[in-house]
Design a protein around this ligand. Structure first.
Ligand SMILES: Nc1ncnc2c1ncn2[C@@H]1O[C@H](COP(=O)(O)OP(=O)(O)OP(=O)(O)O)[C@@H](O)[C@H]1O
Ligand SMILES: [Mg+2]
Length: 202
């Protein structure tokens, strides 16, 4: 059997991560793989409490970064590592690249500080594969326009998401071997074709 893989989905709000993650996980299961689906911030009872705070309470940008990594440490120790050790594949809706994109690019937290947190929290663990759903900000915002309520991040302006998108692309440039770039502006069927190609290659 193949070694258990840790796969993350990344991209700005409205890119289509959650929509396609469900399909991706189901497709892996049809191939006989035991898959655990999880998300950040969240993935544990404590992490979900922190998520509701992070998505609603105004706070200092560095507090936000620290809480994201605190939730992440709990997620890694309580969920991600145990699952991988038992042979399950873990597919997470966001992980540390999101902190570099949102807290780093979006909010302006220093890259060096985020790198220190990354080293502290998971020096020995990185995703085996990260699917970056890249999309023009205007297209993603249009998709979210039907939502009745928007969380603290979704309420940010276009320029914030432009910075987040660019910071994601910087992570892709820094770690090209770990990333697969998905053109998320395509139709859902076209995105699935891209995902299918990735599934057969892993
Ligand atoms: N390829 C697509 N074409 C058109 N609409 C799409 C596509 N993918 C997703 N959508 C729609 O766009 C909206 C946002 O999708 P989704 O919730 O999957 O995004 P997300 O990346 O998970 O966003 P968030 O980061 O806010 O959770 C949903 O209404 C979804 O149905
Ligand atoms: Mg989502």
């Amino acid at each position: 059997m193949k070694k258990a893989k840790f796969i993350t989905f990344e991209g700005i709000d409205g890119a289509g991560k959650s929509t396609h993650l469900a399909w991706f996980a189901e497709t892996l299961r049809q191939r006989g793989i035991n898959v655990l689906v999880t998300r950040e911030p969240g993935g544990t009872p404590l992490g979900e409490h922190l998520r509701s705070i992070l998505l609603s309470q105004p706070m200092h940008a560095e507090t936000e970064a620290l809480l994201m990594f605190a939730a992440r440490l709990q997620h890694i120790e309580q969920v991600i590592r145990p699952a991988l050790q038992q042979g399950a594949w873990v597919v997470s809706d966001r992980f540390s690249d999101a902190s570099f994109a949102y807290q780093g690019g979006g909010r302006g937290v220093a890259l060096a500080k985020l790198e220190q947190l990354e080293y502290w929290v998971h020096a020995d663990l990185q995703p085996d594969l990260t699917l970056l759903f890249d999309i023009p900000v205007a297209v993603a915002r249009q998709r979210l326009s039907n939502n009745v309520t928007l969380d603290r991040f979704e309420q940010e302006k276009s320029v914030f998401f432009d910075r987040v998108r660019q910071a994601y692309l910087e992570r892709y440039k820094k770690y090209p071997q770990r990333f697969a770039l998905i053109d998320a502006a395509q139709t859902p069927d076209q995105v699935k074709v891209e995902l299918e190609k990735i599934i057969v290659s892993i």
